[in-house]
Design a protein around this ligand. Sequence first.
Ligand code: SF4
Length: 297
Amino acid sequence: MSAGLRSKDPILDPYRFDPKTNTKLRNWFLKEKRDLPFRKNRTPYSTWVSEIMLQQTRVAAMLPLYEKFMQRFPTPEELANAEEEEVLRYWQGLGYYSRAKNLHLGVKKLVHEFGGKFPKTLEEVLSLPGVGPYTARAILSISYNLPFAVLDGNAKRVLSRLVLFQESGSKADPKLQKIADSFLNTEFPGDHNEAVMELGARVCIPKPLCNECPLQIDCEANKAGLQESIPPIEKKKKEIPLNIRFYLLHTENGFLLLRYPERRFFKTIYSLPFGFEGKNPYESDPVLDWDLKANDL
Ligand code: SF4
């Protein structure tokens, strides 16, 4: 690559990476990769569980829970047959329980509709609950060595810097996916994807350690001295301060708690009814519009 490629639109005109860059990256990965339990004996199921756990959770925090989870649910069938309550118990400590619920639903579908055998097409994999484009591509490339390039936060940072791509935010994602596709090592897609993400997690971090990077001489951002300003930081969304007042409505038998999905907040849990004070951009709970009298309750 040369600095002349900087203004390219990767959709109209894909980047052409030097295959030697891929080889350097893979060699670095094979030598430096962390010895993580989920990297041993990778089945689509174990990759699926580890990828879901790693969303919003750091590796060090997820490892002990991953091992316990896999001991209790070593196969898709064991997980599919478990009660949700038990699955959630084994998820304790990871938070974001909707991930566990969706994983459970997805594995049930895998067992009941695909005979427990993980499908090999992107379309079928994306039909599994809780499996988005990143997870689908990660499983297919890492466990089946199929040529799908992944794009997580680490990969986006590495790729943007490698080609000096100066856009960020969700609108940039289709272009970044094109860059990732062009960079993919189609002979070893699983190693390649893990290598890109590992480089982003350990070397090409927000304040990058370029002197330790195997791709330093290939990196356009490094050549331009712009590595720390790429990807550009997205403007923060404007914050809207809200004052919420909760209401205690009760009879001698207990308090009124509400839960309904149309609410702006607290959609999935029971809470006291509430309304907003001051500038009021949101609706109050409709129960507060009832003409309530003390004796009604
Ligand atoms: S040289 Fe620096 S900025 Fe470029 S990929 Fe390596 S760590 Fe990232």
